[in-house]
Write a protein that binds this ligand. Structure first.
Ligand code: MN3
Length: 233
């Protein structure tokens, strides 16, 4: 599969309209919040094996993520929400229909998730490492806190490493397809790293063993992406 990076949707570049046009060779975007072409997965379905098996990746990306994308497009079509960039849309999500919240979150969260994984061995930057040690005590303590949040999230949802507005890093978990950019979420900030803990993300390979999936997740984290998000937060 051809490698093509998703648009940088976080931080200052989020509202940079020309980026949409430059990244994709498509016609003009369907709206400011969503591109008219479903973004490609940045690696092959089997690239993260054995941590995440090819069949899970294929179904997760081509069925689940695609459905969020399609339903998000439909939910904002011909509405004022279609004029918003994603950051503004999420900042006012409490005023929008549930279909926008659920599918917009699903569309965006999966792009972050695909990008913060990869087959290459990577490491946290000195700056990120230092920030994690300052905020959590050590890299191990951060990983434990993040993994606990992922394992303890009741039902479907996500765990996050987030940069707060005060510059501090924190770990949080959100239900369903909510994310830290949404005004409905208690702990808000810029997402740096996320893990999907919906059963569809791991059930074929791990069945009910979410903890094993979460512990293996570290083997496929693409720290280059996390470093970049931290730098641009
Ligand atoms: Mn998912």
């Amino acid at each position: 599969m051809k490698r093509r990076n998703f648009i940088a949707l976080v931080g200052t570049s989020l509202a940079a309209a020309p980026v949409w046009a430059n990244v994709y060779n498509s016609s003009k975007p369907a709206s400011k919040a969503i591109d008219s072409v479903f973004p490609e997965l940045p690696y092959a379905y089997n690239a993260l094996e054995p941590t995440i098996d090819a069949k899970t990746m294929e179904i997760h990306y081509s069925k689940h993520h695609k459905a969020y994308y399609t339903n998000f497009l439909a939910a904002i079509k011909d509405t004022p929400a279609a004029e918003l960039d994603l950051k503004s849309l999420f900042a006012g999500i409490s005023k929008l229909p549930a279909a926008v919240r659920n599918n917009g979150g699903g569309y965006y969260n999966h792009m972050l998730f695909w990008e913060n994984m990869g087959p290459e061995k990577t490491t946290p930057s000195a700056a990120l490492q230092s920030a994690i040690e300052k905020n959590f005590g050590s890299m191990d303590k951060f990983k434990t806190e993040f993994a606990d949040a992922a394992k303890k999230q009741f039902g479907s949802g996500w765990a996050w490493l987030v940069a707060g507005k005060d510059g501090q890093l924190f770990v949080s978990a959100t239900p369903n397809q909510d994310n830290p950019l949404m005004d409905v979420v208690e702990k808000k900030g810029t997402p740096l790293l996320c893990i999907d803990v919906w059963e569809h993300a791991y059930y074929l390979n791990y069945q009910n063993r979410r903890a094993e999936y979460v512990d293996n997740f570290w083997k496929v984290v693409n720290w280059n992406t996390v470093n970049e998000r931290y730098k641009n937060r």
